[in-house]
Design a protein around this ligand. Structure first.
Ligand SMILES: [Zn+2]
Ligand SMILES: [Zn+2]
Length: 347
């Protein structure tokens, strides 16, 4: 079958990959939509590990076309979004439901072949844990492919003790910053202020529901947050682009009892200088999040049909045979989330 192959940093290509029937406990998903994540781009740039030769892609939805002996959680013909983490089920994190933090976790698209392929062999452990999650009615495959990134955003907001009415400042309006706007809005956020240097991304931020959108200048952002929050500072501050200096900027717009989340990955060896007393006296939480729990993934799957603005986050679609373009095109900041679809779906 056809798939995108990650050879090594800086080298990806579309080629033939061996395909087989599912063994006991396994299932095969026919990919109908898969999206490319910023972390896939980081792997491509050599900033993050993935196994050489692996098929990338951890954001995917499709149809189960075959199941192996003993599979009970999914049936052939059913549509599913895939929670891409394979966990042991028995370690301290897994027992608390935090399978995304499993000490021996493996992830589709990094350690095992993922979604940028005609078909995906879902490992027995993933299937047994119910990580092929049935699609909610009306979700559609393109939306469903965004379940994983949206669940990561839910994890981000929940780690920030987000509640309805909370004011939110978001640094960076790339696809994940935009997803934060969409989800925070849907969950009842108060004022949402966004900082983004690229004009087309500022326009996208406004289109999906931000109240105030400013350029990347830290003073302008501080002014906008002060204005939106009556001088209090934001309740939730999200750093959704990993640039040096942004942690400091984020802390400078954080209010008392607020949370600042480093959602983005940063280049290796990045650091920040923080005024620790500012954190102490204002009781600010500084946190980081990565991926999501299976529970957050399921709740996101149920929420997807009702989320406004998701379509505006997908700017380009590519056929699987052109999947390298779904990576290369992302160099252009006007490009947002890129989807990869089966060749026959794009005609
Ligand atoms: Zn992702
Ligand atoms: Zn575990």
């Amino acid at each position: 079958m056809q798939a995108l192959i990650f050879e090594q940093a800086g080298q990806i290509r579309v080629g033939e990959v061996a395909d087989r029937a599912p063994g006991p406990g396994e299932a095969v998903l026919e990919m109908r939509a898969a999206s490319v994540c910023a972390s896939d781009l980081r792997v491509y740039r050599g900033e993050k590990y993935a196994a050489p030769g692996v098929v990338p892609g951890h954001e995917m939805a499709g149809v189960i076309v075959a199941v192996g002996e003993g599979v009970e959680t999914v049936q052939p013909g059913s549509s599913a979004a895939v929670y891409p983490i394979i966990s042991c089920g028995g370690c301290a994190f897994c027992r608390r439901g935090l399978r995304n933090r499993c000490s021996s976790r493996q992830t589709l698209g990094y350690d095992r072949n993922g979604g940028l392929a005609e078909r995906v062999l879902l490992p027995a452990a993933l299937v047994a844990q119910g990580h092929a999650v049935p699609l909610a009615r009306g979700a559609g495959f393109e939306r469903a492919a965004l379940t994983e990134p949206t669940a990561c955003v839910l994890n981000s907001l929940e780690s920030c003790r987000f509640r309805a009415g909370a004011s939110v400042a978001i640094l960076g309006a790339g696809p994940m910053g935009l997803l934060h706007i969409v989800l925070a809005r849907a969950l009842g956020a108060g004022a949402i202020v966004v900082a983004e240097p690229v004009e087309s991304r500022r326009a996208a931020a406004e289109a999906v529901g931000a109240d105030a959108v400013v350029d990347g200048d830290p003073d302008t952002l501080r002014g906008a947050v002060a204005e939106a929050t009556g001088g209090e500072g934001a309740d939730v501050v999200i750093v959704s682009v990993g640039l040096n200096g942004l942690t400091e900027t984020a802390l400078s717009v954080a209010g008392r009892q607020s949370s600042v989340n480093l959602f983005a990955g940063f280049p290796p060896e990045s650091s920040a200088t923080i005024d620790v007393n500012a954190l102490h006296y204002a009781e600010v939480s500084l946190t980081g999040t990565q991926n999501a729990t299976p529970d957050q993934f399921r709740r996101t799957a149920a929420l997807l049909p009702s989320l406004n603005g998701l379509e505006q986050i997908v700017s380009h679609r590519f056929a699987l045979s052109e999947a390298t373009q779904a990576y290369e095109s992302r160099r252009d900041p006007a490009v947002l989330k890129t989807l990869v679809l089966p060749d026959d779906q794009l005609g």
